[in-house]
Write a protein that binds this ligand. Structure first.
Ligand SMILES: NC(=O)c1ccc[n+]([C@@H]2O[C@H](COP(=O)([O-])OP(=O)(O)OC[C@H]3O[C@@H](n4cnc5c(N)ncnc54)[C@H](O)[C@@H]3O)[C@@H](O)[C@H]2O)c1
Ligand SMILES: O=C(O)C(=O)C[C@@H](O)[C@H](O)[C@H](O)COP(=O)(O)O
Ligand SMILES: [Zn+2]
Length: 368
């Protein structure tokens, strides 16, 4: 008898929308029972997937689901430019043509691009239908699939239109990383390292010691990194689901700079994690200039990022252009930029009195 691979289970116990995060390996073919447990009245599943994961991942899921449900598949072109209003409209029309109703659910299969886009489709179609996240990149498994931020970009303004809409279930199969290219894998390590810096010094130290195992994609090391990251994100989301108290904003460490880098370089030039790694370096340098951290902090972060093979500079970073783009950041209040800045490894704060000349200096320092 072959026993099914039973995934580990974490909970995101939000009062109005609790859901589990299931983390396992080679278990996508058994996904149907987890979906049926969460949505006993489900009749129809629309699999919205990244074109690059049509085979084998989206096909495996369709095969598993079609014995129990009517299924449809909609493919989305790979890459950040797909987080746009044209794709959103195409998907809305696709759902209409597939005769989607309130007993249907979207199954988002892909990285953060498909997760954010399909999540926004789910949040808006018929004023909201259910969806499941099946993240297939490391970045999506440790970050974007959890927490319910969905959205698309506007030209020059990242994630500017969207909604908070929680999934019914996050189904992580580590085996899907087997087809992920090294560049995309490394990009995901930026968000993994972020948790170490913002809230978990012990995890930061673990990453320092285990970077080789991670690069070798050692199964136990990957599971530990994904589980720890998901738990950290779930804890923050639980404390501040809609980013109203400032707690959730800590997950934005490096993102004020990073989002500007993504928009200015042209969506898709940098992967999100790459831009965020450079953004975290700029934020660390800014914190040092504001005497919030010492040189040793910056050296430790740079060393970790280098060992993880993350980029730490952008030669084309222009302070004027960056500042212009950064004013589109959603943390901006009363026309003032606000930054998430560290005080030590494992702790960050939301800071609003930031001298513009120091921001310029930090950008210039990371453009060498
Ligand atoms: N909602 C959130 O909380 C949140 C958090 C972090 C990032 N994001 C968003 O996520 C996006 C970045 O996500 P990403 O890094 O996953 O990028 P992505 O979705 O573009 O995926 C990266 C690349 O990997 C390919 N791919 C995906 N899975 C694969 C697999 N298993 N095998 C082979 N190729 C595969 C894709 O085709 C793509 O080319 C950004 O838009 C970012 O803004 C959202
Ligand atoms: O979930 C969050 O909250 C985050 O900030 C996680 C980030 O890694 C992610 O990139 C998020 O999409 C950024 O949010 P935004 O509100 O700045 O667009
Ligand atoms: Zn991010």
């Amino acid at each position: 008898m072959v026993l099914p691979n039973v995934p580990d289970r974490l909970e995101v116990p939000l009062p109005d929308a609790p859901y589990p995060i299931l983390i396992g390996s080679d278990w996508l073919a058994d996904l149907v029972s987890s979906i049926a447990d969460r949505m006993p009245d489900l009749s129809h599943a629309i699999i919205i997937h990244d074109a690059a994961v049509a085979q084998p991942w989206a096909a495996t899921i369709q095969q598993a689901l079609q014995a129990s449900y009517r299924t449809d598949m909609i493919s989305v072109p790979s890459g950040e430019p797909s987080k746009c209003v044209e794709q959103l409209q195409r998907l809305w029309i696709g759902l209409l043509e597939a005769k989607t109703d309130r007993k249907s659910a979207i199954i988002a299969v892909g990285g953060g691009v498909v997760g954010d886009l399909a999540g926004m489709v789910a949040a808006t179609f018929m004023r909201g239908i259910r969806f499941v996240q099946v993240p297939t990149t490391l970045l999506a498994q440790v970050d974007s699939s959890v927490g319910g931020k969905t959205g698309i970009n506007l030209p020059g303004a990242k994630n500017m239109v969207g909604s908070f809409w929680q999934p019914q279930l996050v189904a992580i199969d580590i085996a899907t990383l087997g087809t992920l290219a090294p560049r995309e894998f490394i990009s995901g390590l930026a968000e993994v390292a972020k948790y170490g810096v913002i809230c978990d010094a012990e995890f930061f130290a673990w990453l320092q010691q285990n970077h080789e195992a991670i690069h070798a994609r050692d199964a136990a090391a990957l599971k530990h990194a994904i589980r720890t990251s998901c738990q950290a994100k779930a804890d923050v989301v639980l404390a501040d689901e809609r980013e109203t108290t400032g707690c959730r904003a800590t997950l934005n460490y490096g993102h004020t700079f990073g989002h500007a880098i993504e928009a200015l370089a042209g969506y898709g030039h940098f992967l999100h994690g790459e831009a965020i790694a450079i953004g975290m370096q700029m934020a660390a340098d800014l914190a040092r200039r504001m005497r919030r951290v010492d040189d040793a902090f910056c050296e430790q972060q740079t060393e970790l990022f280098t060992s993880l093979q993350l980029p730490i500079t952008w030669s084309e970073a222009d302070p004027d252009a960056m500042l212009g783009a950064m004013f589109s950041d959603k943390k901006t209040e009363h026309g003032k930029l606000r930054f998430i800045l560290p005080t030590k490894i494992g702790h960050v704060e939301l800071v609003d009195d930031v001298p513009e000349d120091l921001v310029r200096q930090a950008i210039t320092a990371c453009s060498k």
